[in-house]
Design a protein around this ligand. Sequence first.
Ligand code: T5A
Length: 206
Amino acid sequence: MLITFEGIEGSGKTTQIALLADHLKKKGRSIIQTREPGGTGFGEALRSVLLKKGFNVFPLPELLVFMAMRAQHIEEVILPALQDGSIVICDRFVDATYAYQGYGRKIDLGVIETLNRLVTRGIRPNLTILLNVSAERGLKRKAASAQMDRIEEEDISFHQKIKKAYEKLAREDPKRFFVVDGALKADAIHQIIREKVNNVLKSYGI
Ligand code: T5A
């Protein structure tokens, strides 16, 4: 079972993943918590370069680095965990590439689809939770909590575009996406997600 979390910067993914993983672990589930970009030693090293401020990274090399990290992540972490029967919870996955490099950087969606299929070996999330917040709210939270990285420093219109892209992706695949109002209090969001995930696990007989 692969559960992914998506949303714009500061939408609350990290917060909600921690709460969900805690809840599922307490129920005795085997949980692998991971993230993209990153999730492996190789991926985390590349992540710090990719998000570092000051580089002028062109769209295509940016896409290819994300894909290289994903290929490593699939082979080293996600595939073995799924084969072991664990529940994998991943902070961002394939949809982030459609949203940021596709709709944000204007790379052809067909190219992204082909590369995603190749590097994931066809693995698709069973459930994708989209935390939907306005770009203003997300960036305000980020600015209050940490230093902004290279992508976060894009102007507000870029982040608004990403929000719209995620909403479009969710509309196109309503069976997989579960959209939650990320402006609610963290505890309220957790209750909504918890109920959804418990129902999905039940529907898979897990
Ligand atoms: N990227 C990634 C691509 O361009 N293409 C790709 O294919 C992939 C995989 C890094 C960047 O990589 C790009 C997208 C990104 O620009 P990231 O590490 O996921 O991706 O970066 P962020 O989205 O910035 O992740 P963050 O961890 O920084 O934000 P979160 O996880 O969404 O938010 P979180 O939980 O850390 O919360 C941020 C702050 O808000 C507070 C928290 O306490 C924290 O201070 N908060 C709330 N406050 C009020 N109400 C709530 N409900 C709150 N929930 C959290």
